[in-house]
Design a protein around this ligand. Sequence first.
Ligand SMILES: NC(=O)c1ccc[n+]([C@@H]2O[C@H](COP(=O)([O-])OP(=O)(O)OC[C@H]3O[C@@H](n4cnc5c(N)ncnc54)[C@H](O)[C@@H]3O)[C@@H](O)[C@H]2O)c1
Length: 326
Amino acid sequence: MDKVKIGIIGTGYIGNVHGRIYSRDERAEVSALFDIVPERAERTAKAVGGKVCSSRKELLENCDAVLVCSPNKTHKEIALHAIAEGRHVFCEKPFAIGLENAKKLLATANQSNKIFQVGHNRRFAPVYARLKELVSADTPHSAHIKMNRGELKNPVWTGDTKVTGGFLYETTIHLFDMMRFQFGEISELAAYGSQHEYPEIDEFSIILKFKNGFHCTFASSSDASWHFPFERIEVFFHHRTILTEEMERLFDSNGFDHKTQNIQTFSCHMLEKFEKWGYLQEDKAFIDSILEGKEPPVTAFDGFKSVELVESVYEAIRTGGKIKFD
Ligand SMILES: NC(=O)c1ccc[n+]([C@@H]2O[C@H](COP(=O)([O-])OP(=O)(O)OC[C@H]3O[C@@H](n4cnc5c(N)ncnc54)[C@H](O)[C@@H]3O)[C@@H](O)[C@H]2O)c1
């Protein structure tokens, strides 16, 4: 079969990450680029190839699959347009902003006979893939999860809720999706939030219960500095703790005293960033799904559930009550 022709909408940071990966993938070629700032698309074309298009329509005419890599608020409309034109879609996180938009996009993606994948790259990061193997082979009891950020200044739009939908949509959503991936469906949550550095709620403390009895605490701050590790999951089992440090390392500590304790380290620090963060694997999976006609590993439903969780946390803070899920 011919190479899958990839069109990239939004050629900023993440558009270039995917563009560079596909420019090295022999099953794909970057065929079209569109950015509302044409110089950005021109710069990307020099690095990864592809026709610089002057409109989304022109881009859609020149590709089989569209990568939606523009800021959050634009995802839904661009993804709907690409589905309507019969293209496969890879939509960066967040899937959409707001429950109604997410419902509409989910329903449309489900009716399409093309592939729709959401960019929750962390599922593919080797540290989190390893955590999933270990969690699945044992019985986790509870966890403490952290997803912080140093600032909401770079890119400039990350501090503008009209563009992001809020900090939870921009950053925390990564580990919201991870919670479902690792521990299953959530049954209820309570949340507290406060506002300090930015004109939006920028600190969060959440307590969650899962349908299988598992429970966890989750902390997320937008102005915590980029202190390492800015994201971490600590999972507690019977006489065992597994903890991650960003996508660099995982420690597995087993045993109930110092004589029986066995600590294993799984380190990914030598991997190239695109592989360490799972971008390479998610992009490969998207092409696999297109070529083999199989369900992508991160579906529109997964994207929808992460939006539902974001909205539920904001609602819990607004109302001061618990949110229960069916
Ligand atoms: N999965 C991840 O790890 C990850 C990492 C970074 C960003 N993202 C997501 O990717 C998206 C882009 O983030 P970024 O950091 O690359 O931002 P960025 O600002 O670096 O790039 C966005 C680009 O989109 C262009 N753009 C804006 N509106 C557009 C429109 N309507 N049509 C076409 N182009 C448009 C801008 O000119 C800019 O070049 C965001 O939704 C972000 O949440 C995901």
